[in-house]
Design a protein around this ligand. Structure first.
Ligand code: HEM
Length: 264
């Protein structure tokens, strides 16, 4: 359907001349109402032009260049690892949001409130055991998938020009995936979490010159406590989800613009 506007001020007249189904006329009425106020059709055209401009500038893939119909490598299971990482991330994000309804980032008293919240989730909450397992498994599957995806990209040479930027973005993503895992690991506030946190503090302190400052910033001091748990919680449920979701969107956006690299 063309979105041309024959007469800018006669939307209604134009609609009457056509035989439209109720769904079409509702869609057009809404579109015209918005267009009259926000000129969205113009912006859609600008986006469309940009899309074609960007795509025309990109180097042709092997498949396009030689006009190959057989795109069998798109179906190599190893080429699905990036999507697999994305799906694992979405599952982790959704199950994590649900866990967030019941978790409390507090070390008040002994044993701590955070630990008690998890005990409650595991023993009292309906499907709580399942929810927590789903979150932990999704996180571990994501870490493994991201690592294998990186190996796939490396061994097929897909990091080469013009895809260097996405490789570098990938390095940032795999690092943030590990920070996600570490901050989540500390949230249980059990013995494993506590000592993993202690190792983190000592690793920070071993950095020359700025070690103490780094430990203060990341762990809230040299001994683990409420400040540590709060920092891990905010990183894990607030900062990282925004940053990682945006970076994954940019990463996949670049793949969309450049096309998948075939093996060299
Ligand atoms: C959160 C982590 C990541 C997600 C969700 C993700 C997602 C994706 C997806 C969906 C693709 C499309 C092709 C495919 O699936 O193989 C892709 C391609 C790519 N990824 Fe990732 N990725 C991640 C991490 C990484 C890492 C760690 C690297 C490398 C250091 C990397 C480098 C690349 C490159 C260079 C491409 C283009 C490959 C090609 O054109 O064949 N990505 N990524």
């Amino acid at each position: 359907m063309s979105l041309e506007r024959p007469d800018e001020h006669d939307h209604a007249g134009w609609m009457e001349q056509k035989e439209l189904t109720p769904i079409e006329s509702t869609y057009l009425t809404v579109l015209m109402w918005l267009d009259k106020r926000l000129r969205i059709v113009d912006y859609l055209e600008v986006l469309e032009n940009l899309y074609y401009k960007v795509n025309l500038q990109m180097p042709k893939s092997h498949t396009e260049q030689y006009n190959l119909d057989n795109k069998f490598w798109y179906w190599y299971p190893l080429y699905a690892l990036g999507s697999f990482s994305t799906i694992a991330y979405v599952v982790a994000a959704l199950s994590g949001a649900l866990l967030g309804f019941y978790y409390a980032p507090s070390t008040a008293g002994d044993p701590s409130a955070a630990y008690n919240a998890l005990t409650m989730i595991m023993t009292d909450l309906n499907f709580g055991f399942f929810l927590r397992s789903l979150h932990r498994w999704a996180a571990q599957v994501m870490t493994a998938a991201v690592f294998l995806h990186m190996l796939r990209v490396y061994f097929t040479g897909a990091y080469k020009e013009p895809r260097e930027l996405n490789w570098i973005l990938g390095i940032v993503l795999i690092s943030l995936t590990m920070v996600f895992g570490y901050t989540g690991y500390l949230l249980t506030w059990d013995q494993l979490a506590y000592w993993a946190g202690q190792i983190g503090v000592e690793m920070s302190l071993s950095i020359p010159l700025i070690g103490e400052w780094v430990a203060q910033l990341i762990f809230g001091g040299f001994a683990l406590g409420q400040a540590t748990l709060m920092r891990m919680y905010l990183l894990h449920v607030f900062l990282l989800p925004f940053v990682v979701t945006s970076l994954i969107a940019v990463h996949i956006g670049i793949v969309w613009m450049q096309g998948i690299a075939e093996p060299h």
